[in-house]
Design a protein around this ligand. Structure first.
Ligand code: ADQ
Length: 472
C-alpha cells in the first residue's frame, strides 16, 4: 500500500543521529556535514518526509515528526551493512574514485553486493511512504541504484537524483567493475543533478559510451537542456545545480564573541582559519605544510599570526582517514614545537564538531580562510565564510579544485598539489589585507553578493522546478 507523503527526501543519513548517553538515555543529535546543512531548510519548507539511517546499527526507531514538522523515517542497517555498504563500497570505493583517486579505490565484490542490498532496502522503504504520484528526491553517491529500483517498484513517482560529490571523467569511472549498473541505476531518475556542468558532461559521455544511449543538448546551470534517451523510451534530464548555503541557519554570533576569541588566541594581527571534516580530500596537511614553510622563511611572523584549524571527526574506522588524522596531528605538534611559545601555540587545533553560533564567531574572527581541498564537489565552508563577511572584511584562499571556485572567482585561488601555490595564495591574502585593503574588500563584497543571491533555496527551487517540468 502507498503512503501519504507527497514529498520525500531519501539520503543515507537522517539529519539526526540517535545517541546513547553514558547513563543510558537516548537522545537525537543533529548530524554533521554539508548535505544535512543544505537539505534541512528545504524539508522544513515542504513539511516532507526524510528517509535515512539513524546513525546507529541494528536499530530502526519508529518514525517521528520533528519540531519543525519534518517526518523522519529511519531505515535499519546492521553492523555488517555499515561496514560493507557504507565504509566499504561508499567510502573506500566510490569516494576515492569520484575524488580523482587521491587514494586508490578498493574494488570488492562483497561490498558491491551489500551496496545493492542496501539500495534495495532504502527503495522498498521509500515505496511504502510515498503517496501516489509523489516527488522523491534521492541524495548522493550512497544511493545511486535507488532511482532504478524505485522506478520498477513505483512507476507513478517523479524521481530526482542529486550528486553532492564530483562526478569523475569517463576514463576514471570506467575502472569501476559495476559501471553499467551504476549508470543504469541513475537513469531510473527523471532528472539527474550535479554541482557543475563538468560533472553533467562526464555523465552524458558515460551514458553514451557504456549504454550506447542517444544524448541531446548540452548541460546548463539551474535548468535542463540536456537529455539522455533510454532504451525504454524515457527522456532523463541532466543539469548542473550548484548547491549553496542557508544564510539564516548560520545564526548570529554572540555579542563580543569575536573580541573574546581573538583575545584567547593571544591578540594576533592575523587569524587564519581552516574548518573541514577530517578527510584526506580536504588538503589539511598540505595547508599546514605551507604554513610551516611560510614561518620558516619568515614570510609570516609567529608573533603576529595564528592558524586555527577545526577538524570534524569523520569516518574514523577507515584506514586512510586514520592516517590522514595522524599526519595532521603530527604536523600540528611539530609546527607548535618549532614556532610556538610557552602558552602561545601558533596552530590551535580542535578535533571536534562545533555549535553553529561558535562556528559563526570563528568565521567572523578569521582574517584569512583556508579552503584547500584536492577535490571537492562544492565546499560549503567557503560559502559560509563569505556569507559572514558582508562588510567586505577578510580574504578567502580557495583551491581551484573545489566546485565553489567556479562561482567565487575573486578568491585567492591556489593549486593544492603545488605547495608553492598554496604559500603564494596565503602570503598574497595576508599581505593584501595589510597593503591593499580596498581591493581585498571589493573582492570579498563581490563574492558576498554572489553567495547571498544564490542561496540554498535557489538550489532547491531550481532543481525541484526542473524536476516538475520533466515529462514522466
Ligand atoms: P562535506 O564534504 O561535508 O560535504 P562541506 O560542503 O564543506 O563538506 O560541508 C561541511 C559542512 O559541515 C558545513 O556546513 C560546515 O559548516 C559543517 N562543519 C564542518 N566542520 C564543522 C565543525 N567542526 N563543527 C560544526 N560544523 C562543521 C559534501 C561534499 C561537498 C558539498 C556538500 C554539499 O563533499 O563538496 O559542498 O556535500 O553538497
Amino acid at each position: 500500500m502507498n503512503g501519504d507523503n507527497s514529498f520525500v527526501v531519501v539520503a543515507n543519513r537522517l539529519p539526526v543521529d540517535l545517541q546513547t548517553t553514558p547513563e543510558g538515555t537516548r537522545t537525537w543529535q543533529p548530524s554533521p556535514g554539508g548535505l544535512v546543512a543544505a537539505l534541512s531548510p528545504v524539508l522544513e519548507q515542504h513539511q516532507g518526509c526524510w528517509v535515512g539511517w539513524p546513525g546507529i546499527s541494528d536499530e530502526a526507531p519508529e518514525p517521528f515528526r520533528t519540531d519543525d514538522g519534518v517526518l523522519l523515517h529511519p531505515v535499519r542497517l546492521t553492523a555488517a551493512d555499515f561496514e560493507s555498504f557504507y565504509e566499504g563500497f561508499s567510502n573506500a570505493t566510490l569516494w576515492p574514485l569520484y575524488h580523482d583517486l587521491i587514494v586508490p579505490p578498493a574494488y570488492q565484490r562483497q561490498w558491491w553486493s551489500a551496496y545493492r542490498d542496501v539500495n534495495l532496502r532504502f527503495a522498498t522503504e521509500v515505496a511504502t511512504v510515498a503517496a501516489e504520484g509523489a516527488t522523491v528526491w534521492v541524495q548522493d553517491y550512497q544511493l545511486q541504484l535507488l532511482p532504478g529500483i524505485l522506478r520498477q517498484l513505483r512507476p507513478d513517482l517523479r524521481i530526482g537524483f542529486f550528486l553532492h560529490i564530483p562526478f569523475p571523467g569517463a576514463d576514471l569511472f570506467r575502472q569501476l567493475p559495476w559501471r553499467e549498473e551504476i549508470i543504469r541505476g541513475l537513469l531510473g531518475a527523471d532528472l539527474i543533478g550535479f554541482h557543475l556542468e563538468s560533472g553533467a558532461v562526464n555523465f552524458l559521455e558515460l551514458a553514451r559510451q557504456t549504454e550506447g544511449l542517444e544524448v541531446t543538448g548540452t548541460p546548463t546551470v539551474r535548468s535542463v537542456n540536456a537529455q539522455v534517451h533510454t532504451h525504454d523510451g524515457r527522456s532523463v534530464g541532466v543539469g548542473a545545480f550548484p548547491i549553496s548555503i542557508d544564510p539564516v541557519s548560520l545564526g548570529t554570533s554572540a555579542p563580543g564573541g569575536v573580541d573574546k576569541l581573538r583575545s584567547r588566541l593571544g591578540e594576533p594581527t592575523t587569524v587564519i582559519l581552516g574548518v573541514d571534516r577530517l578527510d584526506y580530500t580536504k588538503g589539511i596537511l598540505q595547508r599546514l605544510l605551507a604554513f610551516e614553510e611560510l614561518l620558516e622563511s619568515a614570510a609570516l611572523d609567529p608573533a603576529e599570526v595564528v592558524l586555527l584549524q577545526v577538524a570534524t571527526p569523520s569516518r574514523e574506522r577507515i584506514e586512510q582517514y586514520r592516517q590522514a588524522r595522524s599526519q595532521v596531528e603530527e604536523a600540528v605538534g611539530r609546527i607548535n614545537g618549532r614556532f610556538g611559545r610557552m602558552g602561545q601555540p601558533v596552530v590551535h587545533y580542535l578535533h571536534q564538531s562545533l555549535p553553529k553560533d561558535q562556528l559563526r564567531t570563528y568565521y567572523e574572527a578569521a582574517d584569512v580562510m583556508l579552503v584547500t581541498p584536492f577535490k571537492d564537489g562544492m565546499n560549503l565552508v567557503a560559502k559560509e565564510y563569505v556569507a559572514c563577511h558582508e562588510d567586505g572584511s577578510g580574504a578567502l584562499v580557495l583551491s581551484e579544485f573545489a566546485g565553489a571556485a567556479v562561482e567565487l572567482e575573486q578568491a585567492n585561488l591556489c593549486n593544492p598539489f603545488d605547495i608553492e601555490s598554496i604559500k603564494r595564495a596565503i602570503a598574497t591574502a595576508v599581505h593584501g589585507l595589510a597593503n591593499s585593503p580596498e581591493t581585498m574588500s571589493e573582492r570579498m563584497l563581490m563574492m558576498h553578493h554572489q553567495v547571498s543571491t544564490h542561496d540554498v533555496n535557489l538550489w532547491a527551487d531550481s532543481f525541484l522546478e526542473s524536476l516538475a517540468e520533466t515529462q514522466s
